[in-house]
Ligand binder design. Structure first.
Ligand SMILES: Cc1ncc(COP(=O)(O)O)c(C=O)c1O
Length: 478
């Protein structure tokens, strides 16, 4: 076996030692709730502070470690207990280990020959998730995220409606698909990419809980048919981005069955609820969908990026991700049945399955179940605290662990409530105390706190409430 000293230069060895020493320090610093979650510097301030240009000659290792320190110091602490902003957070150390090992072994997922164990691991993870969904003869592939999963769903749907379209294009046939008004914006990008046009993604209204109104869907499908257009797909959401609403999947499946439409479910956020016997009923009917995307990098907390696209009938992906014969130098070997490159829109593809597999091996099914249940119970705790507080309003009863809050204060009119709610978020972030996101519900600003970070606990939630109210009171007319 080669001695490390022969393999690595002094620069490389000191760099790696320096990097690994920083892993412990960074994780430790991020756990400290008295530290800032973000420095919230402006773009200009940060640009002025840093020296980012690359030079004619290389730098020494100490300068490089100092660059890395700058990077870590300026990063948002996404594992900080007060990080509750997007639909993910925290550091899952087993999946972090998977990220290191993926980068260390540095391969690409297109062929079994180049990624032997990685291919088997990806197969195993896909099979495990297919079973959880209830697909008996399905298949799947890891993608870069729910956005690309939604794109693949729409592409599969187009292929079922007009299989020739992949060869000859849409040739004047106006395809139309349907989403709810609360669907993720990636569905619009997908409509753009597959060439149906943004205007042909028909938006269906939602009820007060944020779920698609199926009677409106039925009417819209009829109207499009009467106009001579070709409905081909409904995209439902299992866990919408802002309120966590779950579209009624059984009803959507009935409509799609009757109208011969593809049903794609965007479960990027809500898919994780399948992992606990206590929450999986939220996704009742998901097995009726034709395809699903599910992001382990959201509620499961696997390091970014980790996302899976699942389809009910195997054989679909190979047909949809057609490569023609041009990939003869890569994909047409003896082992082609095992080559996942046939089932992906990517050529080079990271080994994202490894980190999910390591995280799953570390936790087991029971570990996932308790993680998801803990998040739901913390969301309940936050909901109760908000409801109990006379200056706060729970804007929607959550189905998932995103909690939408408005500051209503004391004797404030709607416009004051709105401006104070928006300002509270700005101050939480500019002070580096908390990161929660903002959004609008019915045209009015809200604060959205998401429980998807293992470092959030009851004390953090109490502190969040206190901080929101303290800022709200300070901004209110005296
Ligand atoms: C419901 C939903 N679908 C899809 C996406 C996009 O996922 P990704 O960021 O993995 O592309 C998001 C992102 O937040 C989401 O909330």
């Amino acid at each position: 076996m080669a001695d490390d000293n022969e393999v690595l230069s002094d620069f490389d060895e000191r760099l790696l030692q320096g990097v690994f020493a920083r892993v412990w320090r960074y994780l430790g610093d991020s756990a400290d709730s008295s530290s800032l979650v973000t420095k919230a510097r402006s773009h200009q301030e940060l640009k002025n502070k840093l020296e980012l240009a690359v030079g004619r000659t290389g730098i020494d290792v100490d300068t490089m470690l100092s660059d890395i320190d700058d990077y870590l110091n300026e990063s948002v602490k996404t594992s900080h207990p007060h990080f509750m902003n997007p639909l993910w957070g925290g550091t899952d150390v087993a999946s972090l280990a998977g990220e290191f090992i993926t980068a260390l072994a540095n391969t690409s997922m297109y062929t079994f020959e180049l990624a032997p164990m990685a291919t088997l691991i990806e197969n195993e993870m896909v099979d495990t998730m297919l079973k959880l969904v209830g697909y008996k003869a399905g298949e799947g592939i890891f993608t870069t995220g729910g956005s690309n999963g939604n794109l693949l769903g729409l592409l599969c749907a187009r292929d079922r409606k007009f299989p020739d379209a992949q060869r000859v294009g849409l040739v004047g046939k106006q395809l139309v698909a349907f989403i709810s008004e609360d669907a993720h914006y990636s569905t619009s990008m997908a409509a753009n990419v597959i060439g149906i046009g943004l205007d042909n993604l028909i938006t269906i209204p939602t009820d007060e809980s944020g779920t698609m109104i199926t009677a409106e869907l039925q009417e819209a499908i009829g109207a499009e048919k009467r106009a001579g257009n070709f409905p081909f797909c409904v995209i439902g959401t299992a866990g919408t981005t802002v309120t966590g609403a779950v579209d009624p999947m059984n009803e959507l499946a009935d409509i799609c069955h009757q109208e011969k439409l593809w049903l794609h479910i965007d479960a990027a956020w809500g898919g994780a609820t399948l992992l606990s016997p206590k929450t999986r009923s939220l996704l009742h009917g998901i097995d009726l969908a034709d395809s699903i995307c599910w992001d382990p990098h959201k509620m499961m907390g696997v390091q970014l990026c980790c996302s899976v696209f699942l389809v009910k009938n195997s054989g679909t992906l190979r047909k949809v991700c057609v490569h023609t014969e041009k990939a003869h130098y890569l994909l047409l070997g003896d082992a082609e049945d095992n080559d996942l490159g046939h089932m992906s829109l990517q050529c080079g593809r990271r080994v994202d399955a490894l980190k999910l597999w390591l995280a799953w091996r570390a936790k087991g099914n029971e570990g996932w179940a308790s993680q998801i249940e803990r998040y739901f119970s913390l969301a309940d705790y936050l909901v109760t605290k908000v409801k109990e507080h006379s200056r706060l309003e729970l804007v929607v009863e959550p189905s998932m662990t995103n909690v939408c809050i408005r500051y209503i204060g004391y004797r404030l009119n709607e416009s004051q409530q709105d401006s104070i709610t928006a300002e509270i978020r700005k101050q939480l972030i500019s002070s580096g105390r908390f990161m929660v996101s903002h959004s609008q519900i019915n045209g009015r600003p809200i604060l959205r706190a998401v429980i998807a970070n293992p470092r959030v606990d009851e004390k953090v939630i109490d502190d969040l409430i206190d901080s929101i109210v303290e800022i709200g009171v300070s901004l209110s007319p005296k």
